[in-house]
Ligand binder design. Structure first.
Ligand code: NDP
Length: 449
């Protein structure tokens, strides 16, 4: 490295991907610095996966407490206290942020608590004006919630604000039909909020297996969540009492106390200086990179949501690891994007890996599906009329299991283990050779007919 560089690697963004890349590059012996303008941990830790999952746990007690009575527990009428849950969750987020800081410190990564912009192929400038030269720059700035260009859109909130509410609204409209919309529809509903999910299209969770998402829709409606489809937003009015009147095309307006925008996330590239140094951007401002995460400017790389490939934390972490191993560890590594498992922490949750049935129809010569449609025994005793659905897609030619999709209690926990078998290319008969573990829900995976 020529002596003119202050660092071998300068990372912009202290989220899951940026922290992994910095730590591993430093462990390989690189001199590394990282700039983070907000809080270490990024979206996942600070205002995404982690606090969301804790709210999902908190919300589930509403049903668990009801079910407990059928299991012999004399449960008095319990009151839910939102500030207690909120503050405990936020305290846990603070703890994790500290751990992220510790990881960087222990690996001798220098952290700058300020915004950095790119001012040259090998130069970044910090908010305080300091200019830093680095042999390689890695952009790991993540993504930002999209707010549509609709009159009054500013009266809504996004997932950035939702963890800090003063109180749980009585009536909420959630815009969008994807991950965040369905997860928060479940959370708010369990907290006794009247939830209406409004989507521009005619379905929820586009990209998930049709039967699985239909099951979620059916259970959600049964629980009392309202759905409005094919309803683009027209205008949001704030009323004198602070409530909102939400107007949609071809639909009656809906009055609500909170509007949550959950209509996708846009790569965080605005104002970073990328275009000025010649970094090519794609749709939505995503940084275009090759298989080794390299942008059109050879010294500038990007990983995670900012590249808009797969917006999932574990993918960003893998990309950060591969980047650092390739550039600084003499170990060329590329991320394998096939068979990435994913989950929606709705009530009940969904897990999926591999091809959906419609993808199998398009991509395979012939395929077979197997399903297990059952009421988990805990639900039976609880008198809860919610059925789980597991679905397996098998390539008829090779007999390989090419897709596995599930909705039901603990589906993501079960799916993670089963995804190993799908990733390993196991066949339906290899699943069946495994003796069932009885009585479990997951035994259905080896008993499908
Ligand atoms: P999603 O991409 O999951 O869903 C976006 C939804 O908003 C879709 O229903 C889409 O409709 C709709 N939409 C898109 N643009 C507009 C618009 N201009 N006006 C109205 N509606 C619109 O986004 P989320 O915001 O829910 O989540 C962002 C990403 O974060 C996810 O894609 C996922 O990768 C990640 N995430 C992952 C989680 C997990 O792993 N459990 C949890 C939360 C987030 P249509 O279907 O018609 O396109």
């Amino acid at each position: 490295m020529p002596a003119t560089y202050d660092y071998d690697l300068f990372v912009i963004g202290g989220g899951s991907g940026g922290v992994r890349a910095s730590r591993v590059a430093a462990a390989h012996g690189a001199r590394v610095a990282l700039a983070e303008e907000y809080r270490l941990g990024g979206t996942c830790v600070i205002r995404g996966c982690v606090p969301k999952k804790l709210l999902v746990y908190g919300a589930h007690f509403a049903e668990d407490l009801q079910d407990a009575r059928r299991f012999g527990w004399d449960v008095p009428n319990c009151e839910f206290n939102w500030p207690t849950l909120r503050d405990n969750v936020l305290a846990e987020v603070d703890r994790l942020e500290g751990i992220y800081g510790g990881i960087l410190e222990n690996n001798h990564v220098e952290v700058f608590d300020q915004r950095a912009t790119i001012t040259g192929a090998n130069e970044v400038t910090l908010a305080d004006g300091t200019k830093i030269k680095a042999a390689t720059i890695l952009v790991a700035t993540g993504s930002w919630p999209m707010v549509p260009d609709v009159e009054g859109a500013e009266h809504g909130i996004t997932s950035n604000e939702v963890f800090h509410l003063d109180e749980i609204p009585k009536r909420a409209v959630i815009a969008g039909g994807g991950y965040i919309a369905n997860e928060f529809a479940g959370i708010f509903h369990e907290f006794s909020c009247k939830v209406t999910l409004v989507n521009r299209g005619d379905t929820i969770l586009r990209g998930y297996d049709e039967q699985i998402r239909d099951r979620l829709l059916q259970i959600s409606v049964m629980k009392g969540i309202n759905f409005v489809f094919n309803a683009p937003f027209e205008r949001i009015d704030k009323q004198q009492d602070g409530s909102l009147m939400i107007h949609m095309t071809d639909h009656e307006p809906i009055e609500a106390d909170m509007l949550l925008w959950a209509v996708g996330r846009t790569p965080n590239t605005v104002g970073l200086g990328l275009e000025k140094v010649g970094v090519e951007l794609g749709k939505n401002g995503a940084i275009l990179v090759d298989e080794d995460n390299q942008s059109s400017v050879p010294s500038i790389y990007a990983i995670g949501d900012v590249t808009d490939r797969v917006q999932l934390t574990p993918v960003a972490i893998r990309e950060g690891q591969a980047f650092a191993d390739t550039l600084f560890g003499n170990k060329p590594t590329r991320v394998d994007y096939h068979n990435i498992p994913s989950a929606v922490f709705s009530h009940p949750p969904i897990g999926g890996v591999g091809l959906t049935e419609s993808q199998a129809r398009d991509q395979l010569g012939s395929y077979k599906t197997y399903t297990a449609d059952f009421r988990p025994m805990k639900n039976v005793l609880a008198g809860r009329n919610e059925r789980a659905l597991y679905k397996m897609i098998v390539d008829e030619g090779t007999e390989q299991v090419v897709g596995l999709h599930m909705i039901g209690p603990d589906a993501p926990e079960i799916l993670q283990a089963a995804a190993i078998a799908v990733k390993a290319g196991l066949t339906k008969s290899q699943f069946d050779e495994t003796i069932a573990l009885h009585p479990t829900m997951s035994e259905e995976l080896v008993l499908m007919r």
